[in-house]
Design a binder for this molecule. Structure first.
Ligand SMILES: Cc1cc2nc3c(=O)[nH]c(=O)nc-3n(C[C@H](O)[C@H](O)[C@H](O)COP(=O)(O)OP(=O)(O)OC[C@H]3O[C@@H](n4cnc5c(N)ncnc54)[C@H](O)[C@@H]3O)c2cc1C
Length: 469
């Protein structure tokens, strides 16, 4: 039922030293520095335009409203940049963390926009409730870009409301994703209001140059990294389906290959967004992680059939053209900074860890793998992992059983008497000295991450990929 790619049968040549440390930490510091610099410049522009003077001179409410509007615009652009899949930023944080940052900044920017609207309206209405409606009508009818700004705010509000967890769970992924694209429409519609009406934008050349550059950079990043680069990678040399085979009745492995693969520079454990031309639902890309290290001519991923998109994979025909975006993700050997490694995976989350395991330089005893499954019957790759672990001198353990029901935990019900971090330390006593890679369903992976942190693994040595959001 399971398969090992033929190249794994050869004796691996393993270098015992870890690869040079990742630039991730340094990059994150640069990104955070850039965020602070951005907020500083925005606040300085507000100050230069008489912000403090207005504060002290009886126009405090509108002055603070203008500042909130500027910070809302800056955070909206940050949010777009975070999801533009700029490789440099993506490799600094990892896609899972970027999704979380995007979500957090999104709610923050909407709160700032609400504050902007409330304070500006209150300021112009001289705090008189009776004048509020007149101010709103005047803004929509007479202010250049006013009506567009209202439409943009409604679009952004809709995106925020549908992203609140309770609402998000009620929507199909496709519907939520389609609605989410309205955020770009919202940001675009709000722009003319800032361009024509925003005094910090129009009054000084420096301010105009600054805001134009910011908008240009974000739009450029989205077009370059979400459209042009993936198209160029997919079209410059073809990649086609080579075969599909079942690992279990509900899990299958897809192998693709062709001259395009060698240009991708992918590493074992990373993921791509995949589209299969001619197959049903090809317009919607799905993320799947590599389940074996790329060898320069072939890639493979292993997918659980959970819905329409993944179920359609079983009908793929050899020869179908593949469009891909990636590689993405920090589950690869280049992020490792410590000689000892712990890999913790659940369900199909073990697939990228299997690929990572095989591409890690290692000495016997360096790598430990915890494979969480409901039952051994569902444990994909357990035979391959056992074989590879025996060959490399790694420690491989299946942690079997149904989930604990009454608390968020990574453990099975039979271990409910254990605290999550104590169980992790029990399985892996030197976990605090290891680089930890985690992959699996969202809440399960978050529970492992929390346990690793409590077991004193520093956050910078934990790398997690979350399968469902
Ligand atoms: C970074 C990453 C790597 C992944 N790697 C693997 C893997 O190697 N093997 C594997 O079996 N699964 C993997 N997944 C999960 C896989 O992408 C989803 O199971 C699949 O997209 C479900 O699509 P569907 O139409 O079959 O199911 P649906 O019923 O449409 O969706 C089921 C759930 O999957 C999620 N989902 C659906 N479509 C997408 C999408 N386009 N992007 C992100 N999430 C989506 C949603 O949370 C949804 O609720 C990965 C997910 C992520 C985010």
């Amino acid at each position: 039922m399971v398969s090992v790619m033929s190249r794994t049968a050869e004796a691996p040549v393993l270098d015992a030293s870890p690869e040079p440390g990742p630039a991730g930490q340094g990059r994150r510091e640069v990104c955070l520095g850039a965020v602070w610099a951005l907020l500083l410049v925005v606040t300085s522009l507000w100050l230069a335009d008489g912000g403090v003077h207005d504060l002290l001179d009886g126009a405090a409410v509108t002055a603070l409203g203008r500042l909130a509007g500027l910070l809302a615009s800056a955070s909206l652009l940050m949010q777009v940049l975070v999801m533009a899949r700029v490789p440099w930023i993506e490799q600094a944080w990892g896609s899972g963390d970027l999704r979380r940052i995007h979500r957090l900044v999104g709610f923050g920017s909407m709160a700032l926009m609400g504050t902007h609207i409330a304070l500006i309206t209150a300021g112009y209405a001289d705090a008189s409730i009776n004048r509020i409606w007149a101010v709103v009508v005047d803004f929509v009818v007479n202010e250049p870009g006013g009506l567009l700004a209202v439409a943009g705010t409604i679009a952004l509000l809709m995106v925020v409301v549908t992203s609140v967890r309770v609402a998000r769970r009620r929507l199909r992924y496709e519907s939520w994703h389609l609605l989410h694209l309205y955020a770009y429409v919202g940001a675009g519609l709000a722009l003319p209001h800032q361009l024509w009406d925003g005094q910090e934008f129009t009054r000084s050349t420096a301010a105009s140059v600054f805001w134009w550059s910011l908008y240009g950079m974000c739009a450029g990043a989205v077009v370059a990294f979400r459209v042009v680069l993936p198209l160029w990678r997919s079209l410059r040399a073809p990649i086609r389906v080579l075969g599909v085979h079942h690992e279990t009745p509900t899990v299958l492995t897809v192998t693709v290959g062709g001259p395009g693969v060698r240009y991708l520079h992918a590493r074992g454990g990373q993921f791509f967004h995949w589209r299969f031309l001619g197959a049903p639902g090809w317009t919607r890309a799905h993320p799947y992680s590599l389940s074996a290290p790329p060898d320069g001519s072939m890639l493979r991923f292993t997918a659980a059939m959970v819905g329409n998109g993944s179920a359609a994979l079983r009908h793929l025909q050899p020869g179908s053209r593949v469009l891909i975006e990636g590689p993405y993700g920090r589950l690869h050997s280049g992020t490792r900074t410590r000689p000892k490694v712990l890999l913790v995976g659940a369900g199909t989350g073990v697939a990228p860890l299997r690929a990572l395991f095989e591409s890690l330089p290692q000495r016997p005893g360096d790598v430990q793998i915890l494979h969480r499954v409901r039952s051994r019957r569902e444990a994909i790759f357990s035979d391959e992992l056992e074989t590879l672990a025996a060959r490399y001198g790694a420690d491989y353990r299946l942690v079997e059983g149904r989930r604990i029901q009454d608390r968020a935990s990574w453990l099975p019900q039979a271990a409910s008497g254990w605290a999550d971090h104590s169980a992790l330390q029990h399985f892996c006593p030197d976990v605090a000295e290891r680089e930890v890679y985690i992959c699996g369903p969202d809440r399960w992976a978050a529970a492992v991450r929390a346990a690793a942190l409590r077991a004193r693994v520093p956050a910078r040595h934990i790398h997690a990929e979350y399968f469902h959001d």
